[in-house]
Design a protein around this ligand. Structure first.
Ligand code: SF4
Length: 448
């Protein structure tokens, strides 16, 4: 496989830094997947579900065959401090006869059943591939049910084939805007956190840091959020965007339509966490919060020095491969590996934008390959060629790494421990060390 040919149509999505780089200009990204390339990227519906599923008291009806509904809380794992309704997944379970005669009646019946049994405030209805093909009028059904039961039933136009995962993010953001845009709120001195899904309680860590600076959180999109908390969001003074790939579109719409400015942040790694806290205080023109941010981040960074020095000895000189969802996470990971004296030799994202790849290119060395929307064959080829010691990715990348005898670190939505903030640095580095330096790799015999 090392010598596997890269598809001709895929070559423009791959940048070899050794070729001199191109300032990100020549690398193609933010496009639909190449047919037949077996992309690692999820579909439009899955992208929409990533963003909306963590709303803890919302009902999610997947209008489509039962298979689509397997994408549910259990493979995302965002935590809640209140309701846990969002852990259920409801499906209209479309069958052959529905494909022929239409699925609108089944959808209406599903909404009625939930309305009468649970009296919900908010239901999202996801249109999947087959609904896009047969042309059910999902909007009309949702509108009719909203009026009949006096609740919000919001359609999410997400047939899997209608684009790529980024389109799903956009459809989810449109659904959120439909929910919140009619709710004028009095302005208050606080922030909304966008693009954090409270995996392993990470949102609570960020909220705790902001509380230490005296900064109030008005609403969160969408980790640990609820119908009521989302409606308060138009009153915030600032939006801070953690997962830029999924939530920049929402931030732009909120800026244009509600006058809420935004800044992009990242709470992965010491450098990014420190810079983000200081920048939030600056964006709010809050001198006191800035002073607190400077003091807090200095203290936390100093506390970590002994730990970093100890683990650096184990990790220095190792080579890392990264394949994650968005650019912001890849950038933070490259910086974290640099801190430990490690080199990133392969780095890619599912939904990175031109700006992300420009930053990535500026951070990595000349030995690095940069991949957009890659596939298992390319990952295998380049990880072997570059002698990667560890792959950081998600559930779809894990078996690939293990089959190749390469260590693996899960930095996606299934993990059970937080990797953000200063606490996250400790968890992350310990996991990298445990995986890379595990004696099991000595006993692995991998066919070439
Ligand atoms: S690609 Fe289509 S059929 Fe497959 S999960 Fe996505 S919406 Fe469902």
């Amino acid at each position: 496989m090392e010598n596997a040919r890269v598809l001709e149509e895929r070559k423009e999505f791959i940048l070899h830094k050794s070729d001199g780089g191109c300032g990100g200009n020549g690398m193609k990204c933010d496009a639909n997947s190449v047919s037949g390339a077996v992309s690692q990227r999820a579909c439009v519906y899955c992208g929409a579900r990533v963003v909306l599923n963590p709303i803890t008291d919302a009902f999610h009806i997947v209008h489509g065959p039962i298979g689509c509904a397997s994408y549910t809380w259990d493979i995302r794992g965002s935590l809640s401090s209140g309701e846990d309704l969002y852990r259920n997944s409801f499906s209209t379970d479309l069958r052959e006869s529905d494909i022929i005669f239409g699925g609108e009646k089944k959808l209406a019946a599903a909404i009625e059943e939930i309305a009468e049994k649970y009296h919900p405030k908010l239901i999202f209805v996801y249109a999947t591939c087959i609904v896009g093909v047969i042309g059910d009028d999902v909007n009309a059904v949702c509108k009719g049910m909203s009026e009949k039961y006096n609740m919000r039933v919001i359609p999410v136009k997400s047939p899997g084939f209608s684009g790529n995962k980024s389109v799903g993010y956009k459809m989810a953001c449109n659904a959120i805007m439909e929910l919140i845009s009619k709710h004028n709120q009095p302005k208050q001195e606080g922030v909304n956190i966008l693009g954090d899904f409270n995996l392993a309680g990470e949102l609570w860590i960020i909220e705790d840091y902001l509380a230490k600076l005296g900064i109030q959180v008005v609403s969160t999109f969408t980790g640990d959020s609820s119908y009521e908390s989302l409606l308060k969001s138009p009153g915030a003074r600032l939006n801070i965007v953690q997962c830029a790939g999924s939530s920049t579109y929402l931030a732009n719409r909120m800026e244009e339509e509600m006058g809420i400015p935004y800044i992009k942040v990242s709470f992965f790694g010491i450098e990014d966490t420190t810079n983000s806290l200081i920048r939030i205080a600056e964006a709010l023109n809050n001198t006191e919060a800035k002073e607190k941010a400077l003091a807090f981040t200095k203290k936390e960074t100093e506390k970590l020095q002994e730990f970093l020095a100890k683990y650096r000895k184990n990790l220095e000189g190792k080579k890392a491969a990264i394949y994650v969802g968005g650019g912001f996470k890849a950038i933070s990971l490259i910086r974290q590996f640099q801190l430990m004296g490690m080199e990133t030799v392969v780095v890619g994202t599912q939904t990175g934008k031109k700006d992300d790849y420009e930053i990535i290119e500026s951070l990595v060395g000349s030995n690095t390959v940069i991949l957009d929307d890659t596939n298992p064959a390319e990952l295998e080829k380049f990880m072997k060629a570059k002698n990667a010691d560890i792959l950081v990715g998600g559930v779809k990348e894990r078996p690939l790494a293990y089959k190749l005898g390469i260590a693996f670190c899960d930095h996606n939505h299934e993990r059970k421990h937080p990797l953000c903030g200063f606490d996250g640095v400790v968890n992350f580095i310990k996991e990298i060390n445990r995986s890379i330096n595990n004696p099991v790799w000595k006993y692995m015999k991998v066919e070439g």
